[in-house]
Ligand binder design. Structure first.
Ligand code: 5GP
Length: 372
């Protein structure tokens, strides 16, 4: 018989943090940098836990250049060909300093349909300075994924492996036991994702994080909350629910460093001249950047030469407001998290869940008078 789980399932917009008595006098006392230890990867990393999504638009070298200065991570998209000397050299030049690649903030990405031999030979190449791999497929429940993770872990015991995506504790644990250090959580919350519409499958992201983080932490694994963050407060809530890392696409997509066409639109506005009292038409230029889902028809055409006939598009194309340098966005996010921490009394990033009590609410924002 069909079963219904009628426990309450929550999204970021369904909760707000309860402020608490705190020992912090200022947000400057909040430390957003955390040391991470892993189940399999033998090195520690020190990071703010924010990751740029491995999408063609946000998993770029340009985003990596800026984010690494903030100890934030970039998951490069899988369409970079490292057989190409320029791409290969970027990686060697970026990390071939005194520090080793363990300190780098960069992952490469693979799917299950990609060339396994090519991937393994790249990861075995001593001159290739990345030891972090994101294995990303839309449906993390297929058995081939866990088998692949086992295979990669066996071949590369010292690789940092992140795998996804899932939304339940059982599969999070399966992937960790198969060899994943980090499990990526999120089916359907992404800003350009249409999976929920097309398939009816998904889970509200906050509840998914709560369950998967609990399941992962019991096995010394970690989770990355992937998708659905629309503002700094959502990123803080993801950490509050227990995420160790938070992956962001849309919030980074309107920046200079993101790939994607810059679109300029001339908008006519009506203005009242103060002196003459006449109405005048003014031209205003609004800037946008194109952002597309990795399963959208556009992505399939751009990167795979068309959509296979057995697939349907599970992503869309949108125009996001242009936001200047990604520097502004990452500063805003880190500033927001510091402020959350000072409200709830968390001195360290890792303490956020311990200090979190959420109110369940039916309205998160109070934007009543027009848009800003
Ligand atoms: P955002 O931060 O934009 O809300 O979410 C980014 C995440 O959306 C990505 O990391 C990825 O997991 C997911 N995503 C990206 N493209 C697509 C797509 O075309 N379809 C689906 N279902 N998810 C996507």
């Amino acid at each position: 018989m069909t079963q219904i789980r009628d426990s309450i399932e929550l999204d970021f917009c369904d909760v707000l943090f309860q402020p608490k008595r705190t020992t912090l006098n200022s947000r400057q006392e909040a430390n957003v940098i955390r040391e991470y230890k892993f189940k399999y990867y033998p090195h520690k990393i020190v990071s703010c836990g924010i990751m740029a999504a491995n999408m063609a638009t946000t998993g770029t070298f340009e985003i990596n250049d800026v984010l690494q200065k903030h100890q934030a991570i970039t998951c490069l998209h899988k369409h970079y060909d490292f057989g190409n000397k320029e791409n290969f050299d970027y990686i060697s030049q970026n990390f071939n300093k005194e520090e080793s690649c363990h300190n780098s903030y960069t992952f490469i990405t693979t799917g299950l349909r990609d060339d396994k031999e090519k991937l393994f030979s790249l990861l075995s190449n001593e001159n290739f300075k990345i030891d972090k791999l994101c294995i990303d497929i839309a449906n993390g429940y297929i058995p081939k994924l866990a088998d692949f993770v086992k295979n990669v872990r066996e071949k590369f015991p010292n690789l940092l492996i992140m795998v996804g995506n899932v939304v339940t504790g059982d599969m999070t644990q399966d992937l960790i036991l198969s060899g994943a250090d980090i499990v990526k959580v999120g089916i359907g919350p992404g800003s350009v994702c249409t999976t929920r519409k097309l398939t009816g499958v998904g889970r509200p992201q906050l509840s998914a994080i709560l369950e998967c983080a609990d399941a992962a932490h019991g096995l010394s694994g970690l989770v990355c909350a992937d998708g659905g963050c629309t503002c700094a407060g959502d990123v803080a809530k993801a950490f509050g629910a227990g995420a160790d890392f938070v992956m962001i696409g849309g919030m980074f997509a309107g920046t200079d460093e993101a790939a994607g066409e810059l679109i300029e639109k001339t908008i006519q506005t009506c203005n009242l001249e103060e002196v003459s009292g006449e109405m005048r038409l003014l031209n205003k230029i609004e800037k946008y950047k194109q952002f597309y889902g990795m399963s959208s028809q556009l992505a399939q055409e751009k990167h795979f030469g068309g959509m296979a006939c057995y697939r349907a598009s599970e992503g869309k194309v949108v125009e996001v407001a242009y936001r200047g340098s990604i520097e502004n966005v990452i500063q805003e996010i880190l500033g927001g998290i510091r402020s959350t921490m000072s409200y709830i009394g968390a001195r360290k990033l890792k303490d956020i869940p311990k200090c979190t009590t959420f109110y369940r609410v039916n309205r998160q924002l109070n934007e009543v008078f027009g848009k800003s």
